[in-house]
Design a protein around this ligand. Structure first.
Ligand code: SF4
Length: 97
């Protein structure tokens, strides 16, 4: 249904026939970590997130998984392993037994 509280007209899954069913009956404002994210939108209560109604909770356990402005770096070993050679090596070690 369409939001009837902070983002009138925006489609929202928390909007029900009895109004907003999210905790406290409304979205919450963004937190400092959200600055720069593409999902920040202006609402009747200031800046809110268009993807999740409680931005503070999204950052409570680390980086928000919806954030568009933060990239997670995955570290890999510098030594590259050829999967075919690794497979042959593993198969060869089994034959010796
Ligand atoms: S997607 Fe995450 S970082 Fe972006 S505004 Fe929403 S809560 Fe903040």
């Amino acid at each position: 249904m369409q939001c009837q509280t902070v983002l009138p007209g925006a489609e929202c899954t928390f909007q029900g026939k009895q109004g907003c069913v999210f905790t406290s009956g409304s979205c919450q404002n963004i937190v400092e970590n959200c600055e720069g994210c593409d999902r920040v939108v202006d609402s009747t209560i200031g800046k809110v997130c268009s993807a999740y109604p409680a931005p503070e909770k999204k950052w409570a356990a680390g980086i928000c998984n919806f954030a568009s402005h933060v990239k997670v770096e995955i570290k890999t070993d510098d030594a590259k392993i050829n999967p075919l050679k690794a497979s042959k090596k593993a198969a060869g070690s089994k034959k010796k037994k």
